[in-house]
Ligand binder design. Structure first.
Ligand code: SAM
Length: 217
């Protein structure tokens, strides 16, 4: 069995810390989660590179830096209930499991959800709850959430996410067109008040669903 701990440390130092991510809990989480387990075996050797990678079904595991930035932007202290939309490989969910109390994750493609479930269990992240559903409605039964992270690009911010945030809660979501987006942080500052921040340009696969893009097939 290959030891990836040196590659993982290099990834965190070179791609995360050197680019300005400071949250010690995020850094420690990314030092712990075995990213190579979340990609296909043939791609294991590339798991710590500075890039997204294919995970099948035309979807990707996000670039490590993007996972770090999104996780830091959620401002988690360990007590929170968090919703992720877009389980994909399960890697971001594993990082969240080390940063928050309860983690819920929605994935629209059943085969990806099944594989993520298996890997998360094998790696000791059974506390992550996964559901196969159109995540553009959020997860009403488990709301409210202290933090919501959307890992696919949306044409606009679905109202359900705003409604399902606690007051003080943070939503991180890429918003834009199908090919590139701006990563936004929206904080619920009151019952009807929200504050918006634009963070950085990004490129995610599309959020497909009732309040997202239409599927092309
Ligand atoms: N967070 C993932 C990881 O760590 O591997 C990366 C996610 S990938 C960039 C985006 C994921 O969002 C894909 O798996 C895609 O199937 C999923 N997705 C797209 N639209 C969705 C929707 N409406 N509800 C749930 N998942 C959706």
């Amino acid at each position: 069995m290959r030891d990836f701990s040196i590659a993982r440390r290099r990834m965190v130092e070179g791609q995360v810390i050197n680019r300005g991510v400071k949250d010690r809990r995020v850094i420690d989480a990314m030092l712990k989660v075995p990213r190579h387990k979340f990609v296909e075996e043939a791609l294991e050797g590339q798991a710590y590179q500075d890039a997204p990678l294919p995970i099948g079904e035309k979807q990707t595991i996000s670039q490590p830096y993007m996972v770090a930035v999104m996780s830091e932007a959620l401002v988690l202290n360990g007590s929170e209930t968090v919703l992720e939309v877009g389980t994909g490989s399960g890697y971001q969910a594993a990082v969240l499991a080390l940063l928050a109390d309860r983690v819920f994750s929605l994935e629209r493609i059943p085969s990806l959800a099944r594989r993520a479930r298996k890997v998360l269990d094998e790696c000791g992240f059974s506390k992550v709850n996964i559901r196969v559903a159109d995540g553009t409605h959020g997860w009403q039964d488990m709301a409210p959430f202290d933090a919501i992270v959307v890992t696919a690009g949306a044409p606009e911010v679905p109202q359900d996410y705003l409604d399902q945030l606690t007051v003080g809660g943070r939503l991180i979501i890429p918003v834009g067109n199908r090919n590139d987006q701006i990563l936004m942080r929206i904080t619920r500052t009151g019952e009807q008040e929200y504050q918006e921040e634009q963070m950085l340009g990004c490129r995610f696969v599309p959020l497909i669903g009732n309040h997202g893009w239409q599927s092309k097939h």
